[in-house]
Structures are given as structure tokens and as C-alpha cells.
Design a protein around this ligand. Structure first.
Ligand code: ATP
Length: 391
């Protein structure tokens, strides 16, 4: 097992395009780090540079304290688990797991047998050892692929979207299994995905990438509660964070349905901005009648046009129109919003007990201390670690 340090890693392809742009990440021995981001953000390229399948343009890759930039993949002793598992269809589960050991010289059959059986017990594959991959479920195949990595005593596991071709239920099960196994083995793991649920549930820390840049590297909780910018805020969370135009008016903030008083500290921070983008997650709204009188926040009335009943909660959709001048200004800035274009509805998550109905006005509550404020031009979050509302 080993630590993995990425130091100012840059990857430029032939045409000069920077697929990875000065990324630095320190992965501790035994840590589970996720690389996540939309298609084309450079996450697979980063993983391939760790494993040695892709040259590094500039920067240093250090594994277990040793610089490996010029080392061939086979000399890095890392185990890569791919999307398609790359199992040999004509070999049994036993032989598939044993395969990497058989590639070595002077194979000690007894040692090999012991390691394969240990791995199969850990992975709950004992009763399938004689089967061929075609006769296994997707989850079992995944475990065989991990078995191959385990017998090698690899320094780290590298996963490239390993669950993307499984159905939703199995994906959920495998997520838990990978998490359990990684804890049990305590092996350094880097895992690439574009699925934010996997990112949030599996990793000790998550690296969010956008167009080759590292936007934020943090624990799942910090990413969710303290996103550095509009991109991270919009990318993490489902349904996503609501973004609303916010007109700054002295020490208060005018939102589509409600005016929010600002704390002196925040009023100071937002000074100099006319328009901001307010971000509030769906769960930080509630049916006003279900909220205590002393709850910290604001109450407001808004029309509800659609309700989605989920059983344990319900989503209410509140359409709104941004004031003309705000809409125009935000439109001008659209390019800077990175596809996070201003949505013209708010999605609120309400308790299943709420009796709010579609086609009518609803009395709602918004938890203002959970509100984020972003600068439209840069996307920066002004409210990280700041008390938002007047006490
Ligand atoms: P996905 O989720 O779609 O696999 P990704 O985040 O893994 O995306 P990468 O495969 O790392 O993205 O690619 C990052 C960027 O580098 C993309 O814009 C891609 O088009 C570009 N790229 C990848 N390989 C090459 C290559 N051989 N030559 C030129 N550009 C490349």
C-alpha cells in the first residue's frame, strides 16, 4: 500500500489542448479518493497517468514516496479495475483470479492457491470458483475483477467507472460492497466516476474536476455544505441546488418571492455587487405550517404548478420570472455560468405530511442560514463559512 501524490500535473495532447491543467492532489496511504466531473473533464486521463498508461506532460507523479513519471505501468504495481472487468471468458473464476500471479516467474503453486482462496473468501466467491464468467452475475464478475487485484498485493486500486454498466439496484449493492471491501483491506483507492451519488457515498474525499481543472477537493460533507463555486454547488446534489437571481439592496436581498435581511458581516461581503445568484438546496425549504415559530428563516407565499409525490417526501415546483433587468444581466453572463443557466423554477422538498396542492399558492419557509451567494461573473461562493441572516 502506498500514498499517491499528484504534483502540478499537466496533460497536453498533440494539438496543445490541456486535458488536465495543473492538478495537485495528495492521496494518503489507505485513503479512498474519488475523481468526479462531467464528460471530458479529464478524470480518466488523470487515472491513466497514475497507472502509467498516459505520459505526463509536466508535473510529478509520486507513488509510495518514489517518482514514477518514467516507470512502466507493470513496475508501478497498481491494480486497475475497468468498466468491463476484462475477465477471460474461457478461464474459471479461480484461474481468472490466479492469472496475474501466473504471469510472474517461479510461481509457487501452494502460495498461489492460498492467496486465491483467501481472496475468494474475502469476496464471497468460494462457491463460484469453478464457474466461467459468463455464468456469473454482473456483481460477481465485479468481485472476480477485484480478486485479481487483491492477489497481486497491489499498492493501490484504481477504478474507472466500474459500475456504469450495471442496473440501478445492483449498482447500489456493489457500491456498498466496494466501500466495505476497501475499508476491510485498507488499500489506497482512486475511483473515477461521473455519478455524483457514487462520489458522495464512496469516498473519504472527492476531487471535482471541470475542463481539466480541479475545482474543489474535500470530504463529501464539505462539498455539499460549503461548495467553493457555482459549478460545484450545481454538480453535487439531487435534485440540484436552486439558483435564483438576487438583487442586493443595502442590507437586504431581494429574491423572487421574498426579501431576506442580511447579517452585517454578509452585507459587508456583498458590498459592490448589484446582482448575485442565490443558491438554496431543495431540502432547505419546507411547508410553513410544519415549521416551528422560532425557526431561523423567512416565510413566503408562492404558486405551485407541479407536485411530485415520492412517498417519503414530495417535490413542489414553483415557477418564477426574474425581473427584466436581472434576467438581461444574467443572460449577458450566461457564458460564465458554465451551463448552470438560471433556472426559472424553484424545486422544494417538502415533508410527506404537507398538504400543499398543485395549482394553488403555498405558504412556504426557507432556511436562510443555508443560503449560498455566488458572484455571477466568477461563480465564487461569497458565503463559505459566513453567517447569512440577521439573528
Ligand atoms: P468521460 O467521462 O467522457 O470518459 P473524462 O473526464 O474521463 O470523460 P478524458 O477521457 O480524461 O475525460 O478526456 C479529457 C479531455 O481530453 C477530453 O476533452 C478529450 O476529448 C481529450 N482527449 C482524450 N484523449 C485524447 C487524445 N488522445 N488526443 C486528444 N485529446 C484527447
Amino acid at each position: 500500500m502506498a500514498s499517491i501524490e499528484l504534483k502540478n500535473i499537466v496533460k497536453k495532447y498533440g494539438d496543445g489542448f490541456a486535458a488536465v491543467n495543473d492538478v495537485s492532489i495528495d492521496i494518503a496511504d489507505g485513503e479512498f479518493v474519488i475523481l468526479v466531473g462531467p464528460s471530458g473533464c479529464g478524470k480518466s486521463t488523470l487515472l491513466r497517468m497514475i497507472v502509467g498508461l498516459e505520459d505526463i506532460t509536466t508535473g510529478e507523479m509520486v507513488i509510495g514516496g518514489e517518482r514514477v513519471n518514467d516507470k512502466a505501468p507493470r513496475d508501478r504495481n497498481l491494480a486497475m479495475v475497468f468498466q468491463n472487468y476484462a475477465l477471460y471468458p474461457h478461464l474459471s473464476v479461480y484461474e481468472n483470479i490466479a492469472f496475474p500471479m501466473r504471469l510472474g516467474k517461479n510461481v509457487d503453486e501452494e502460495d498461489l492457491d492460498r492467496r486465491v482462496r483467501e481472496a475468494s473468501t474475502t469476496l464471497d466467491l468460494d462457491e463460484h470458483l469453478e464457474r466461467k464468467p459468463a455464468n456469473l452475475s454482473g456483481g460477481q464478475r465485479q468481485r472476480v475483477a477485484m480478486g485479481r487485484a487483491i492477489v497481486r498485493d497491489a499498492q493501490a486500486f484504481l477504478f474507472d467507472e466500474p459500475l456504469s454498466n450495471l442496473d440501478a439496484k445492483l449498482r447500489g449493492q456493489m457500491r456498498t460492497e466496494i466501500s466495505r471491501l476497501q475499508k476491510k483491506l485498507g488499500i489506497t483507492t482512486v475511483y473515477v466516476t461521473h455519478d455524483q451519488t457514487e462520489a458522495m457515498t464512496l469516498g473519504d474525499r472527492v476531487a471535482v474536476l471541470k475542463r481539466g481543472n480541479l475545482e474543489q477537493l474535500a470530504t463529501p460533507r464539505e462539498l455539499y455544505e460549503q461548495p467553493v463555486n457555482l459549478f460545484v454547488a450545481g454538480f453535487i446534489g439531487s435534485p440540484p441546488m436552486n439558483f435564483m437571481p438576487a438583487n442586493v439592496n443595502g442590507d437586504s436581498l431581494e429574491l423572487p418571492f421574498v426579501t431576506v435581511p442580511l447579517s452585517p458581516e454578509l452585507a459587508e461581503k456583498v458590498k459592490g455587487n448589484d446582482i448575485l445568484i442565490a443558491g438554496v438546496r431543495p431540502e432547505h425549504f419546507e411547508d410553513s405550517s410544519l415549521v416551528d415559530d422560532d425557526a431561523k428563516g423567512v416565510r413566503f407565499t408562492a404558486p405551485v404548478d407541479v407536485i411530485e409525490w415520492m412517498g417519503n417526501e414530495q417535490y413542489a415546483y414553483l415557477p418564477f420570472e426574474a425581473p427584466r433587468e436581472v434576467a438581461d444581466k444574467l443572460k449577458e453572463l450566461e457564458a460564465d455560468l458554465d451551463g448552470e443557466s438560471m433556472r426559472t423554477q424553484i424545486v422544494v422538498s417538502l415533508d410527506a405530511a404537507s398538504r400543499v396542492t398543485s395549482g394553488e399558492d403555498a405558504e412556504l419557509f426557507m432556511q436562510t442560514d443555508r443560503m449560498h451567494l455566488f458572484v455571477p461573473e466568477t461563480g465564487d461562493n461569497l458565503t463559505r463559512e459566513v453567517e447569512t441572516v440577521q439573528a
